[in-house]
Design a protein around this ligand. Structure first.
Ligand SMILES: *[C@@H]1O[C@H](CO)[C@@H](O)[C@H](O)[C@H]1NC(C)=O
Ligand SMILES: *[C@@H]1O[C@H](CO)[C@@H](O)[C@H](O)[C@H]1NC(C)=O
Length: 456
């Protein structure tokens, strides 16, 4: 009897120890320096400088000259978007860009929110900082950092920002939003040294938020923004009050995920799989393999030799638009590949799509943006953060047309405090831009739950 009690106590203690230990696990990181040459002696320059997007006649003349000199390649008959961006439709997009798209007007739109730059670890970090005009008496605005991905930009959030900073429903929370550009994207300076990965971006964004005076805040992200904000939660779990993501492919599948892949179709209830989970997770195996190969080529190129293909895109606005906008078609709905126009304007306006392209074009950021994929692999397939769980309250918005479907069970394996898992009514990979209303609602729902728990 005594030995049994002893064994029970020892095992119990061991489990408690392991649980505690995993709770206290924090991702380790060291300061970096990404500027040219070696860091200067002395204090870091912590100045915050207002920034405005600008353009010039020369910039536009150069763009138009290059567009006019494009050398069209006819698409194959009946190929729609299956061979890549359809050439007939590309001609329409480019004609609009050349003749009707008003970049100066879009620049004014970009400048409707206050932009800033500040130097961190040797590079200039660009961000928007949008404060609410009005906060209800007795409350304070809720700080939220929102991080974009590839091939997107801070502009993806332009529809979402006002819904969060000036919500129309009086019961809604009022947010104060910070949207940085990932270093090497848009108006953030590109790192000059090798090795700038998602953990480095996460560390820099923590430094940014601290510099802005936030002790605690919420974070939202999709695509790379998902990984960067997840790393932020792993680096400083006490600083991130809540994490809201709309993308979360399992980076290192554990046993429960593997078991669910093997047995989930036969025993869906065992893994809590819904009909949609089954449908999306278990297409015919052959189709799965072919789809995977069809849609991941860009990743392989960018994770290996970004500087080669990137040079062509950096010289050709038409090539750049095709490369970027093909993703806005297929990643919004895979079936759009079978449409002559890639379904691009079903969910977005050409003005918005081209504004995102222009952010890549005018800043010349396509090569550094692609390098982020290479750096992501530079620490091997399973760097420490992939093996580590997240203990920050998390909300997951599951959009039906997301690239990789992740059922609740999978999300929970990584995010141990998953408070909300919402099956969203519509939307794909660029959900914040495509369905800002739904996204705002889900961020509201999630944040209210976290705030309520905190008060108790
Ligand atoms: C980046 O690396 C992580 C593992 O560190 C992996 O889960 C993820 O799929 C990679 N993403 C890309 C786009 O290569
Ligand atoms: C937010 O919560 C409300 C009330 O529970 C619910 O009706 C709505 O569907 C939720 N919205 C989203 C996008 O999850």
């Amino acid at each position: 009897m005594f030995t049994e009690v002893l064994v029970a106590v020892v095992i119990g203690g061991l489990i408690l120890f392991l649980v505690q230990r995993s709770r206290s696990q924090v991702l380790k990181t060291e300061d970096g320096w990404w500027g040219v040459d070696a860091p200067p002696d002395g204090e870091e320059d912590g100045a915050i400088r207002p920034f405005k997007v600008t353009t010039s006649d020369e910039e536009l003349e150069d763009l138009y000259r290059r567009i006019d000199q494009t050398r069209p390649v006819p698409s194959l008959e009946d190929s729609q978007f299956n061979y890549g961006f359809n050439s007939n439709y590309l001609k329409e997009v480019v004609t609009y860009w050349r003749n009707d798209f008003d970049w100066r007007r879009q620049v004014n739109k970009l400048n409707q929110y206050p932009h800033f730059k500040t130097n961190i670890e040797g590079i200039d970090i660009h961000y928007l900082h949008v404060k609410p005009k009005k906060v209800p008496d007795g409350t304070t605005a809720i700080p939220l950092i929102m991080v974009h991905g590839w091939p997107g930009s801070f502009y993806e959030f332009y529809g979402l920002i006002p819904l969060l900073t000036e919500p129309s429903n009086p019961d809604d929370l009022v947010f104060e939003v910070v949207c940085p550009s990932i270093p090497g994207y848009g108006f953030s300076e590109a790192p000059h040294k090798k090795g700038f990965d998602s953990v480095c971006a996460a560390r820099i964004f923590h430094k940014l938020m601290r510099r802005l005076g936030f002790q605690q805040f919420y974070a939202h992200g999709g695509d790379w923004g998902w990984l960067i904000t997840t790393n932020m939660a792993q680096l400083e779990p006490k600083t991130v009050k809540g994490l809201h993501v709309n993308f979360a492919p399992p980076s290192k599948p554990g046993l429960p995920v593997l078991l669910s892949v093997m047995l989930g179709r036969r025993f869906p209830k065992l893994f809590g799989f819904s009909d949609m989970d089954i449908q999306r997770l278990f297409p015919p195996l052959e189709k799965l393999g072919v789809e995977m190969i069809k849609e991941t080529g860009y990743m392989h190129i960018q994770a290996t030799k970004p500087d080669t293909v990137g040079r062509g895109l950096n010289d050709s606005p038409v090539g750049l638009a095709a490369y970027i906008l093909e993703k806005f078609s297929t990643w919004t709905d895979q079936n759009f590949r079978n449409l002559e126009d890639g379904g691009l304007t079903r969910k977005f306006s050409l003005d918005d799509l081209l504004t995102n392209v222009m952010i890549y074009w005018t800043s010349g950021c396509i090569v550094p943006s692609m390098r982020f994929y290479k750096e992501n692999l530079s620490r091997g397939l399973y760097p420490p953060h992939t093996k580590m769980q997240v203990y920050v309250p998390t909300g997951f918005a599951c959009f039906p047309n997301e690239l990789m479907h992740t059922p609740k069970l999978w999300v929970k394996q990584k995010y141990r405090k998953l408070l909300t898992f919402s099956a969203m009514a519509r939307g794909g990979h660029f959900a914040a831009m495509e369905e800002p209303q739904l996204m705002a609602e889900d961020i509201q729902n999630f944040t209210k739950i976290v705030e309520k728990k905190k008060k108790k």
